[in-house]
Design a protein around this ligand. Structure first.
Ligand code: GUN
Length: 293
């Protein structure tokens, strides 16, 4: 078993991003700029957004965090997005999800200019991804592709079983793993909460991508010997063992699954750190107009 070390790889790629950002600053006189909007005070979202902002500073990007109480109206939020869409100093614009119930995440996602949609959630980016056209790829799937690429894992012809069909991870991941690309060319099965014989399906996998959001959901009896296991889960539980007061658990029962796997991502220290790298790479590409003019 070999660990797919998200910490090591994310640090390595961030050094490359920082160098590119410095070159971009020297040429253009400005830094890539990410704006993050956070509505309300969901504990997980607070942590993720803080990490995104911190990492922007680390690689020499400008970042802005715009916070709103969860009483903000949908209209007010949409108007702010329209203003930021017009702002030439903004390269990337993200609205952290989930949003309060009275705000429709679909409206918010569609309001963001697809040319600044560094989360890759806009229907134009998702549609372009389906067609293998230049686009912003959602940050978590992008991070997973980069991790597999760094470990030179050739997934050609593998059976990839994705567990979970979220808009953010499972659905785009299933498309990406089937594409005719370096990391891709898999036969993909997309499973979800209504899948019959889930265990039998997952047992067929050469590569498992677990993104179901349930602690220790993938158990050792569901995993074929030698499988590659990608754990997207970030399940937070209150704990007295850690400084933060929380402990993170993946969707995979790491202790028992790891010995059966060929490669596996830990939680924490795996996919979560790579998500940030995906976001930073998209933001840099936006500033450099590599995807859209
Ligand atoms: N909530 C959970 N993951 C994400 C993400 O990648 N982007 C945004 N905007 N919200 C999220």
């Amino acid at each position: 078993m070999e660990l797919l070390d998200g910490k090591l790889i994310s640090e390595k790629i961030k050094v490359e991003i920082a160098k590119e950002a410095a070159d971009y600053l020297a040429q253009s006189g400005r830094k890539p700029h990410l704006v993050a909007i956070l509505v309300g005070s969901d504990g997980g979202s607070e942590t993720y957004v803080a990490s995104k902002i911190k990492n922007c500073e680390k690689v020499g990007f400008k970042s802005s965090l715009i916070r709103y109480d969860d009483t903000i109206s949908e209209l007010e939020l949409l108007e702010k997005i329209r203003t930021l869409n017009q702002d030439k100093d903004v390269d990337g614009l993200i609205v952290q999800l989930p949003l309060p119930k009275h705000i429709d995440p679909e409206k918010v996602t569609e309001e963001i200019d697809h040319k600044k949609d560094v989360d890759g959630f806009h229907p134009i980016n998702l549609g372009r991804m389906m067609r293998n056209l230049p686009c912003f790829i959602p940050a978590t799937p992008y991070g997973i592709l980069l991790l597999l690429q760094e470990y030179k894992i050739d997934t050609t012809g593998m059976h990839c079983v994705v567990v979970g069909r979220s808009n953010i991870v499972g659905s785009p991941m299933s498309i990406l793993m089937a594409r005719n690309q370096k990391v891709g060319n898999c036969t993909v099965t997309l499973t979800h909460s209504k899948t019959k014989n889930l265990k039998e399906q997952v047992l067929q996998a050469d590569i498992i991508i677990a993104a179901i959001g349930k602690k220790n959901f993938i158990t050792a009896d569901m995993v074929k010997n030698g499988a590659i296991v990608i754990d997207v889960g970030i399940n937070r539980e209150i704990s007295t063992e850690t400084k933060s007061g929380y402990k993170l658990f993946g969707d995979v029962d790491f202790k028992n699954v790891a010995p059966k796997s060929s490669f596996i991502t830990p939680v924490p220290g795996g996919v979560g750190l790579m998500t940030i790298v995906g976001l930073l790479k998209n933001t840099l590409a936006s500033a450099k107009k590599e995807i859209y003019r």
